[in-house]
Write a protein that binds this ligand. Structure first.
Ligand code: IPE
Ligand code: IPE
Ligand code: MG
Length: 252
């Protein structure tokens, strides 16, 4: 991720504002494969390979937190063969990449529930989190077996188990019970493959995120397009319900 990692990445110096937290809905693996007459799993494999490129570029650009939507609680409804293949692939990726992730200062975290995942994948996730806990260059949250509604329900259940009173249930308290506790909300959410929906991704945390959608399928979404997304982000006027900061155009 150092030196040669910058290859093919436009100079970050041109970016005026770098979002601290970028979240990506990595969609379109199936269509990417279909377009090439390949099985869907070949698309998922190409998708996992793309994660490397985008992670390197994020480090290069100075993004501090990257959240990747890898498998949703709704994705269990796909054919068993695809689900099993995809989960096996994710397990292999952790195995293959762990040393490099650790060497490059990546701190891996998991958003979602381990319950229901194959035992070997659960074990690998736990090991990877422990092995990269000291990483201080970038936090990479992998949303795997993740659902935004489930996250909120689990948070409420744990608040009740902890005996919080109604008055203690504040926005801040609830946020501290989410999988993302302690992390800032995403500034920018990117979705590949053209869809204009969140698909149950970070539904609480996305309240004021900027949204960027591109028709490009995830395996083809390279550093150059990430750069375009960051440029677009830099042109947005974030108002959080207030008025635009002085200097920004009144029409925005
Ligand atoms: C995204 O690609 C990966 C997962 C949802 C696991 P898809 O598999 O959803 O690809 P499309 O949307 O069918 O093209
Ligand atoms: C969202 O993509 C989930 C992931 C990228 C992991 P989907 O392909 O599952 O979303 P829908 O079904 O098009 O909404
Ligand atoms: Mg999809």
């Amino acid at each position: 991720m150092s030196g040669s990692a910058a290859q093919g990445v436009s100079t970050p110096a041109k970016l005026s504002v770098i979002p601290q937290h970028v979240a990506i809905i990595m969609d379109g693996n199936g269509r990417w494969a279909q377009q090439r007459g390949l099985p869907r799993l070949a698309g998922h494999r190409a998708g996992t390979e793309n994660v490397r490129r985008i992670l390197r570029a994020c480090v290069e650009y100075g993004v501090k937190i990257l959240t990747l939507y890898a498998f949703s609680t709704e994705n269990w409804s796909r054919p068993r063969e695809e689900v099993e293949g995809l989960l096996a692939l994710l397990s292999q990726v952790i195995d293959r990449e762990l040393d490099e992730l650790r060497r490059n200062g990546v701190q891996l975290r998991h958003l979602g529930t381990l319950e229901g995942l194959p035992d070997n994948l659960q074990r690998r996730i736990r090991e990877a989190i422990a092995a990269t806990a000291a990483g201080d260059r970038i936090i990479v949250n992998v949303a795997l077996n993740y659902g935004g509604r489930r996250e909120i329900v689990e948070a409420v259940q744990r608040m009740m188990k902890d005996g919080l009173t109604a008055d203690q249930v504040t926005e801040q308290a609830l946020a501290s019970y989410l999988y993302t506790a302690g992390l800032p909300d995403p500034d920018l959410i990117i979705r590949t493959a053209g869809e204009m929906r969140l698909s149950n991704f970070l539904i609480w945390q996305a309240a004021y995120a900027e949204f960027y959608s591109t028709p490009t399928y995830w395996p083809d979404f390279g550093p150059e397009e990430l750069y375009q997304a960051l440029v677009a982000y830099g042109q947005r006027v974030r108002k959080f319900g207030g008025l635009p900061p002085s200097g920004a155009s009144q029409s925005q």
